[in-house]
Design a protein around this ligand. Structure first.
Ligand code: A3P
Length: 318
């Protein structure tokens, strides 16, 4: 089937060219596919979403970590990986998270479908994947299977600021930098990678109410506030709760520390991830509320108003 990829991509070309288009973040343009904005090329693109929808097969024991870009993907990847693999890798210098970027430990579905050799060759192991796909665009086999989904979102003001910094580090050199004002305007209009931001969050929030045992809804802010309880909650949800003995031995604290911003960012000052981006671009401040150092008060208020209006009636707080 992999041999058909080139053909499939070719088939998508015409389709993509006919889609609504806006100025892009990472690439020159973003295109709207199934109600959300994606790049036409680059790592996670419309093409890879389409291939995933066509070819990706979920297993009932799979675990999917879903985020919008800049909502804490790197962190949740590290946490889930550390929790699931805690008996295989104890907290020693050779722990994969201290050898590799979390993005190299947990593949995106959107990249996995392009690999000739699957990441998980052992049919009995739990497969841990990540994705940025909106709920309604997930491959049908994920909807049809009983696999678990962890969704993490982050307050839109910090997502926006994080996104502007990130894209200006990695976008094509031939393109101008995205200014704060420009980025703000695009984001408010809903034009952001995998956005509209609010629709992405709402899709998973509503699904988590409908399928509470299958979908866990987390926020970056809550994870920051109390990482320990959230790590335990995550382990419970993933079906591997900490034993009393583990708790007494401080295993939860070890995982929190292993995945801390300081530890991971120190490890990732050099080198690149498999897909070529520098390791360091995934670590900037790692704080809640850094938006206030960049956006004006007014910009913050406007985003708050949009968020209040879009999330009306839903219990989503940051
Ligand atoms: P800032 O730019 O606000 O610092 P993603 O992983 O989805 O790309 O999101 C990146 C954001 O998560 C960045 O936010 C980054 O600094 C922050 N981040 C990365 N690793 C983290 C960690 N271990 N703990 C907390 N935040 C982290």
């Amino acid at each position: 089937e992999k041999a058909n990829l080139a053909l499939i991509f070719d088939r998508y070309k015409g389709l993509i060219a006919g889609l609504p288009k806006q100025k892009g973040w990472l690439t020159e343009s973003l295109y709207m596919y199934q109600g959300h904005w994606f790049s036409p090329t680059k790592l996670i693109s419309i093409g890879t979403v389409m291939v995933s929808q066509e070819l990706f097969q979920a297993n009932p024991t799979d675990i999917y970590l879903v985020t919008q870009p800049k909502s804490g993907t790197t962190w949740i990847k590290a946490l889930a990986f550390a929790i699931l693999n805690r008996t295989r890798h104890t907290n020693v210098p050779t722990h994969p998270l201290l050898m590799f970027n979390p993005h190299d430990c947990v593949p995106y579905i959107e990249n996995e479908v392009l690999r000739t050799k699957p990441t998980y060759s052992d049919a009995t192991s739990t497969r841990l994947f990540a994705t940025h796909m909106p709920y309604t665009s997930l491959p049908q086999s994920i909807h049809d299977s009983s696999c678990r989904i962890v969704y993490m979102c982050r307050n839109p003001k910090d997502v926006l600021v994080s996104l502007i910094h990130f894209v200006n580090k990695v976008r094509d050199k031939s393109l101008d930098r995205i200014t704060l004002e420009e980025g703000f305007e695009m984001f408010c209009k809903g034009v952001s990678p995998c956005g509209p931001y609010w629709d992405h969050v709402k899709g998973y929030y509503k699904a988590s109410l409908k399928h509470p045992t299958r979908i866990l809804f987390l926020t970056y802010e809550n994870m920051k506030r109390d990482t320990r309880s959230n790590v335990k909650r995550l382990a419970d949800f993933l079906g591997c709760p900490f034993t009393e003995e583990e708790e007494a031995k401080g295993v939860v604290e070890e995982i929190v520390s292993l995945c801390s911003f300081k530890r991971l960012s120190d490890r990732n000052k050099h080198g690149t991830i498999r897909e070529g981006l520098p390791n360091e671009v995934f670590f900037r401040e790692g704080k809640v509320g850094d938006w206030s150092n960049h956006l004006t008060k007014e910009m913050g208020q406007i985003l708050d108003e949009i968020t209040t209006q879009k999330f009306r009636g839903l219990d989503i707080t940051f």
